[in-house]
Design a protein around this ligand. Sequence first.
Ligand SMILES: Nc1ncnc2c1ncn2[C@@H]1O[C@H](COP(=O)(O)OP(=O)(O)OP(=O)(O)O)[C@@H](O)[C@H]1O
Ligand SMILES: [Mg+2]
Length: 387
Amino acid sequence: MRNTGPDRVLVVDDEKTNRRVLGDLLKEDHTVLLARDGEQALRQAAGDPPPDLILLDVLMPDMDGYEVLRRLKADVDTSHIPVMFVTGLTDEADEQKGLDLGAVDYVSKPFRPAVIRARVRNQLELKHHRAELLQAEKMAALAHLVAGVAHEINTPVGTTLTAASHILDQTGALERQLADGSLRRSDLRAYLESVRDAAELVQSNTNRTASLIGSFREVAVDQTQDERRGFDLCAYLHEAGDSLRPRLERAGHAIRVACDETIPCDSYPAALFRILSHLVDNATAHAYAEGEAGTLAIAGRRVDDGTAEIVFSDTGCGMDAGDRERAFEPFYTNRRGEGHSGLGLHIVFNLVTRILGGSVGLHSTPGEGTTVRLRLPTTVDAGAGRG
Ligand SMILES: Nc1ncnc2c1ncn2[C@@H]1O[C@H](COP(=O)(O)OP(=O)(O)OP(=O)(O)O)[C@@H](O)[C@H]1O
Ligand SMILES: [Mg+2]
């Protein structure tokens, strides 16, 4: 949504005169913030609310403008703020470098005031359009999710209602027969049979409804139940493998865990277990034909001091491009009507990105199995885990 107050423009320049000239030029239409070096600029950029646009000089002592931009881009809290270079450097190579680093515009000094004003205005307009688009996309995704929930829940609730009405009708008829003395033993037998069938339907459909509600709650990544704690990833993967094994062996599959280094983590192991569980469920449900035996593998390794990688793979049928591209979408399944609602991988995505603060990649080719690669910070930042 569009801010109602004036836009905040941060002007970063080590020369007082330049700061004043730019400040005077912009203060009529915008709130101007000033910074005289890189450190100050980064501090102001991290403020709340953050600036809507940064005008950045390149040549400054201590930290030059390119470095300031690099640091802004490296921090998730500031990476979205558009940065425009306003600099005495006029070389094409300098301009190229600034734009390659992610600046939205590059203006050489001396500049014409009207031009600077117009370019600032354009960048702010663009920023607002982007924010509006993002908001519209979020609303559309939410509507899609709500429609999916309603659609999924509709069938079991409808069946439950029909079965319960049937029990009531049959019971009413039986009561009337009892009252008028027409009840025969065969009527009672027929009644018992039909009520038992209907009650079984009520039970199975209510179970299905409850399990759907469980999945919907998982989509909302209600992590309050998860405990954050220190653990060794390698030992944890072996334990997870051991507890998933019985379920797999019953289906005729084997699971191997490969991880032989110590990887100390401070994170949410229960979320990691739920992720592995969904991946195992998918391999058993989708990767192999009835009666076909498969091998699943979980491999863990340290990528660098702060990052671990977990690779989950199966040797099954793989996915075609259509399935692969949509696999993480909520409610995407090619097994609807067989007890699958298409939420498993969406839940995996939410758990990885929102609870564990990591990323997930899917590699799958028809006939060559499926690989899911997780990159996870070994220490979850304080910001993650709040959903
Ligand atoms: N290991 C796999 N091998 C082959 N296809 C897979 C694999 N994992 C997922 N898929 C495909 O991706 C789709 C989406 O998976 P997802 O876990 O989101 O939903 P689902 O398993 O169909 O339903 P649910 O998880 O709600 O039971 C599946 O329907 C299937 O087509
Ligand atoms: Mg699934």
